[in-house]
Write a new protein. Structure first.
Length: 643
């Protein structure tokens, strides 16, 4: 990202004069030089005053030609013959045509026609008029093509308007190229143009361009105003540096100026995402104190932020308060709230809001339908979900990947993967693209029903489509393969994940360790456990239990005790697992149950352990981990380890 040129103090912005403008925001272009600023005059074509009669004739013919261009489909074939004794290629006449032709694209068509004739060379005045007409019409692409076609360089005043046009069209980087040209020729755009470029960069999410523009703006000596500061606050929020944006807000408020609601709203949105609700409250109070009343978008940011942080009930409370205060939530806010209520399984309240928005004249859109359909799927009411889905289709919605995914996910979650797959095939028939969510839902659905082969086939289809798999694409397959004893196939999949740059979920290690243990591959299981711990991943409690139990059942108490040591260092529930480790352990004549270990009176007074390695392991674990103290001193309980 480009450098952040904002200093720690806000004083360098030199806010003064009035709340909206520090420096007179005129639209003039200034020459940078020792002699100071100098305005560029606008080029204007003037009628030939030497012969008023001839000029009137030119104007009348220009009007006629403009009408012909508008009304006659193939005027290019007949225009020259229509005016055999008149010079249609005179620069003054061409400019008059442009003046009387209100459609910029028809003017451009006329320009290309005259340019196609041999010997014609467009003059500066005609090009200026043509270019300015395209810019005024916001025909940014046509203006770009015109510049390339003519190799014409407009005056700085025209370029300033062109910058605004580019920014409105989202072409911020190209606007920066124009800024660079103005810098080369020694011209500096007005404050209003700089602000338009900053706004365009913010809207495009290009904070790197915001900071670059602001730095160049300072170098040109242009003094910022409160709108500039508002865009910088928004840029901080986009960079997830909300606290810095808040600091800048406080500085501008201390200077006596108030940014737009949009700057406040972005700060509120950022603090909501971070869960910093005290700051949200402070900003709301500040807005009210500064006579900058929170609008519906302010509250929408708050409600949306709360719902995203699973604080849906608090969002619902604010939503109701909002209505009580006389605000009128829009369809977006209703949809956000319905989605939040559905996540909490509050389908009754969600349905109430659904009918409420309809009564207020708002038509539910595809997002609203999908939110409620998803809610019914969560609670298992698939019949109502399908009814709503059909209603959505009848209203012309539903032929999108998102809506199909909503139903596919719901069906797969409730054991109806076959029906979901029918929708998957329907998507192909209707030309609706499958995405990663589509495949992941189906893979999980079929695997949960025990159809691993179908899940594997869908994974291969996903890869063949050129989609990048996610962790969820593999996890359930690894789990189910381990469950059915195909642990080495699961390991192959796990390796494929890593080869494709997909980070395996921590629990996939647990599945593989348990699967190896179940199939008797204890050495591999312990290796996987060691690798897991080296990666700072903590195995699940059940993984330790099953591995220790499997080792102890197969006379591998030393390895079991080693796992106990690892378990102790991992901070898992040691006491319970030690009992499991010794349960049903058979080493020669040694039989120690977890019940005996936990109840001193039931332990035999003397046990002969014939394996010296077991004795050494027990002593080592006892000394290094202190685990004996966790299950009471074995000597106290009468347990003797004899030579």
């Amino acid at each position: 990202m480009a450098r952040n040129p904002i200093s720690n103090s806000f004083s360098n912005l030199l806010l003064r004069q009035n709340p909206r403008t520090i420096q007179n925001p005129n639209h003039q272009i200034r020459k940078i030089g020792v002699s100071g600023g100098e305005e560029f005059p606008h080029n204007q074509s003037k009628p030939n005053s030497q012969n008023h009669h001839n000029h009137q004739k030119i104007v009348e013919i220009a009007k006629e030609v403009s009408r012909i261009i508008r009304t006659r489909p193939k005027w290019e074939q007949t225009l020259v013959s229509d005016y055999p004794n008149f010079d249609l290629f005179d620069p003054g006449f061409i400019s008059e045509v442009f003046k009387h032709q209100k459609n910029a694209f028809l003017s451009l068509r006329f320009f290309y026609w005259v340019s196609s004739h041999r010997g014609f060379s467009p003059d500066q005045i005609s090009c200026d008029v043509m270019f300015n007409g395209l810019v005024e019409a916001k025909a940014v692409n046509a203006a770009k093509i015109f510049l390339e076609f003519t190799a014409f360089m407009p005056e700085p005043a025209s370029l300033e308007s062109y910058i605004a046009c580019l920014c409105d069209g989202g072409l911020v980087e190209e606007a920066l190229d124009v800024f660079e040209h103005l810098k080369v020729v020694g011209a500096c755009p007005s404050l209003a143009t700089w602000n338009l470029a900053l706004l365009g960069s913010v809207r495009a999410g290009r904070t790197d361009l915001v900071w670059k523009l602001y730095g160049e703006m300072m170098e040109c000596g242009v003094v910022s105003d409160v709108d500039t500061v508002g865009y910088l606050i928004e840029a901080f929020c986009l960079d997830s540096k909300v606290s810095k944006g808040y600091d800048l807000l406080r500085q501008v408020l201390e200077a006596g100026y108030v940014p737009s609601n949009n700057a406040f709203n972005k700060l509120i949105s950022g603090f909501c995402k971070d869960g910093y609700h005290s700051r949200v409250s402070a900003i709301l109070h500040t807005m009210i104190a500064k006579n900058c009343a929170p609008d519906v978008f302010t509250y929408q940011e708050i409600i949306n932020g709360l719902c995203k942080r699973r604080m849906n009930s608090e969002g619902f409370r604010i939503f109701n308060e909002l209505k009580d205060r006389g605000y009128a939530p829009d369809a977006v806010m209703y949809t956000t709230m319905i989605h939040g209520l559905c996540k909490m399984k509050w389908l009754g309240d969600a349905r109430k809001l659904w009918f409420e928005m309809i009564e207020k004249g708002m038509v539910p859109n595809e997002h609203t339908y999908n939110a409620l359909i998803h809610g019914f799927c969560i609670v298992g009411n698939l019949e109502e979900a399908q009814h709503l889905y059909k209603e959505m289709l009848s209203r012309g919605y539903g032929e999108t990947t998102v809506s199909y995914n909503t139903m596919i996910s719901g069906l797969c979650s409730h054991g109806r993967a076959a029906e979901a797959h029918d929708l998957y095939k329907e998507m192909s028939q209707k030309g609706v693209a499958h995405d990663l969510t589509t495949y992941n839902s189906l893979i999980q659905g079929f695997c949960k029903e025990g159809n691993i082969a179908k899940g594997e086939k869908l994974l291969h289809e996903l890869l063949e489509q050129g989609l990048k798999p996610s962790t969820a694409s593999y996890t359930v397959l690894v789990e189910k393969l381990c469950e059915v004893g195909r642990v080495h196939e699961a390991i192959t999949l796990w390796n494929d994940m890593q080869d494709r740059g997909v980070e395996p979920a921590a629990r996939t290690h647990d599945f593989i360790i348990t699967g190896l243990n179940k199939e008797g591959y204890f050495t591999e299981g312990i290796e996987w456990l060691a690798n897991m711990l080296q990666s700072t991943l903590v195995p699940r409690k059940e993984t330790f239990e099953r591995l220790i139990q499997g080792l102890s059942q197969r006379d591998k108490l030393e390895d079991a005790l080693l796992v106990v040591e690892c378990m102790f260092k991992a901070g898992t529930g040691v006491v319970h697992l030690v009992k499991v480790a010794f349960r049903e352990a058979v080493i020669g004549s040694l039989v120690v149950s977890a019940v005996h270990l936990s109840q001193p009176g039931n332990i035999e007074p003397e046990v002969d352990c014939s394996s010296s390695s077991v004795r050494q392991s027990y002593r080592r674990v006892s000394m290094e981990t202190g685990f004996a103290k966790l299950v009471d001193d074995p000597i106290k309980n009468g347990l003797k380890i004899t030579e």
